[in-house]
Design a binder for this molecule. Structure first.
Ligand code: G4P
Ligand code: NA
Ligand code: NA
Length: 190
């Protein structure tokens, strides 16, 4: 997606060798027409996969997951983040560390929204180490839902999250691949 790459070049702020601030287009402000384009592209890539639901984790995955679900004509579910661990019989809960925030949070999905009949497309904004993603994958496994694949807007391939997930045999599609953030330059794979 050339338009997305151009927006990242224009608005992305390199905070360190590992972190790229994308508040202007993904994590604080969003441009609806660009988000809808991302959703259309994910929908195109997973068109023949009998997706029954799109799933993500709040908060930054929600706009793109919504756009994808909109294009596929299926519901969208977002895992909620909880600050305190409350055991709830009706929920799947997993503890995940956060790369950028340096904290641990619990994510949860109500059992009523996931079933073994579901074939899920997991959408997220950025993948770094993949801890949050693995937490949601564990929830999907516990629900015995099928995971058709993952759609990630920005893959940072110099961190190990996406690779580890692909090694598990999960199909992971990204819209842009950032190979490094060295010398104040955003390096793309192509
Ligand atoms: P993940 O890859 O499965 O998301 O887990 P990881 O532990 O690697 O990253 C945790 C959080 O850090 C995620 O947001 C992820 O999007 C964010 N993140 C990782 N690298 C970067 C980066 O270079 N830039 C930005 N802007 N974010 C990054 P989150 O905690 O799920 O929060 P939210 O944004 O969804 O609220
Ligand atoms: Na996210
Ligand atoms: Na994020």
């Amino acid at each position: 997606m050339e338009r997305l790459k151009q927006q990242i070049r224009e608005h992305g702020k390199i905070l360190s060798d590992k972190v790229l601030k994308l508040d202007a287009l993904l994590n604080h402000q969003v441009e609806p027409s660009l988000i809808m384009e991302m959703g259309q592209e994910f929908a195109r890539r997973f068109q023949g996969d009998n997706i029954t639901k799109v799933i993500t984790v709040e908060s930054s995955g929600i706009p793109v997951a919504f756009a994808t679900a909109c294009h596929l004509g299926v519901p969208m579910v977002f895992a909620k983040r909880k600050k305190t661990l409350t055991t709830d019989e009706d929920c799947y809960m997993e503890r995940v560390p956060s790369f950028t925030k340096g904290i641990v949070t619990d994510i949860m999905v109500s059992k009523s929204f996931l079933s073994p009949q579901d074939r899920l497309l997991f959408i997220d904004d950025i993948i770094a180490n993949g801890d949050a993603a693995r937490g949601l994958i564990r929830i999907i496994e516990r629900a015995e839902s099928q995971l058709a694949g993952m759609g990630i807007v920005v893959e940072k391939s110099f961190q190990k999250g996406a690779q580890t997930i692909r090694e598990q045999g999960i199909r992971l599609e990204s819209l842009v691949n950032i190979t490094g953030l060295t010398d104040g330059i955003i390096h793309f794979d192509s």
